[in-house]
Write a protein that binds this ligand. Structure first.
Ligand code: 523
Length: 143
């Protein structure tokens, strides 16, 4: 897929969809600290990545979380909303349940944390992930 980094998308151009997972385990949400690229390194996100051509968002999420975290997940509901990233990119988020494995930062991340609802503000989320995390928090039990 062609990558555009600076110009805004023209109206007729398809956007690149980035899927991310709100992965829950025992009433906590998984946060992942990016290790690259340099302008995003150190910031926290819901892990995921770009959809490949012809791929469903759920399949992309399963693939990305397997590659990046070494786990198998089952995608659940889509979290309502869509958040703009850099020009031409949008973020869509699905809830996901851990089927097997313990997440490890194999690719693109250097630290992972399971956060309870009261701990969600303890990490420096990427700006664009904040509204998605606020929505994702609604699936967490109250502290
Ligand atoms: N974001 C973002 N938040 C978020 C994700 C998963 C991604 O802001 N929760 C941004 C970061 C990048 C772009 O979306 O600018 C693509 O995400 P990336 O790099 O994780 O996608 P990949 O893994 O598909 O990219 P490649 O390493 O190029 O394969």
């Amino acid at each position: 897929m062609t990558e555009r980094t600076t110009e805004p998308a023209a109206p007729h151009e398809p956007v690149v969809v980035v899927v991310a997972g709100a992965l829950y385990d025992g009433g906590r949400l998984l946060a992942a600290r990016r290790s690259a690229p340099v302008e995003l390194a150190g910031r926290w996100e819901l892990p995921g990545g770009k959809l490949e051509p012809g791929e469903s968002p759920e399949a992309a999420l399963v693939r990305e979380l397997r590659e990046e975290l070494g786990v198998d997940v089952e995608p659940g509901e889509r979290i309502p909303g869509e958040w703009p990233l850099k020009p031409g990119y949008v973020l869509r988020v699905w809830t996901a349940r851990l089927l097997s494995g313990e997440p490890r930062p194999l690719e693109d991340h250097d630290e992972l944390r399971w956060l309870s609802r009261s701990e969600l503000d303890s990490v420096d989320w990427l700006d664009q992930d904040r509204p998605a995390v606020a929505e994702a928090a609604r699936w967490l039990p109250a502290p």
